[in-house]
Design a protein around this ligand. Structure first.
Ligand SMILES: [Ca+2]
Length: 233
């Protein structure tokens, strides 16, 4: 490969990355980091961050320092605030939503990935998990056991795949406990919804290496050159 070809390959790799980002923004999904809340995160504030809407119970905006009532948390890998939800179905399930995310391709697979955590406050009774609903499809995250008081078991990455069945779908995150009528206190942060494999924060789903992007670029340039030759012939 000469220098001109290498330059073209590099430019194309850049275009690939840029178009992937453009596709992700078509979703109109915002604020997967749950940032931007201006109130007090060290009490049950019943407030969700910008972009999110409360759809069940009173989920709160917490951060790694939230420690009232024996809560013990730590910052997620992307830090800042996170969403806290109480699961105690069937009577109480806290949930938040992003309505009518648009520009979806019907039949296309989308990745949803996030970090989850659990804490034990003076009211917590049992373990739990997050139920993620996107359109008509729901997936449950891995069950987290209730920790001892003062113990934070860490943030845990979850990766799920959903197939769009409409051009516009709503997204809901619901806190669930493992035992009906018992309370679980859960956290969720670093939420991603977009093309599979393109969440740069997800350690279980690494982004393509720059080298493989460049190879893709070279392949595409080669195809284009072949087509040009065909047209001339
Ligand atoms: Ca955050």
């Amino acid at each position: 490969m000469n220098i001109a070809q290498a330059t073209k390959a590099a430019i194309f790799a850049g275009i690939l990355v840029a178009s992937a980002q453009a596709n992700a923004t078509l979703l109109s999904f915002v604020n997967g980091g749950f940032e931007g809340y201006l109130g007090d995160t060290n009490h049950h504030n019943s407030d969700v961050p910008p972009g999110w809407t409360t759809t069940g119970g009173t989920p709160d905006t917490f951060d790694g320092n939230t420690n009232f009532a024996s809560y013990t948390w730590a910052p997620s890998s992307t830090g800042g605030d996170f969403l806290h939800g109480i699961g105690s179905q069937p009577s109480w399930t806290e949930s938040a939503q992003q309505l009518a995310l648009s520009g979806l391709e019907i039949g296309k697979v989308y990745e949803i990935s996030f970090e989850q955590a659990i804490s034990r406050s003076i009211w917590s009774q049992t373990g739990g998990y997050w139920r993620i609903t996107f359109g008509t499809e729901s997936h449950d995250s891995a069950l987290m056991a209730i920790p001892d008081y003062g113990v934070f078991a860490g943030w845990q990455w979850q990766t799920m795949f959903f197939t769009a069945t409409a051009e516009s779908q709503s997204l809901t995150v619901s806190a669930m406990s493992d035992t009906d009528g018992s309370r679980a206190d859960l956290g969720i942060d670093s939420f991603y919804l977009g093309n599979p494999g393109e969440n740069p924060d997800n350690p279980d789903n690494p982004v393509p290496e720059p080298a493989s992007l460049a190879l893709l670029g070279i392949g595409a340039i080669g195809l284009a050159a072949m087509r040009r030759r065909k047209v001339r012939a």
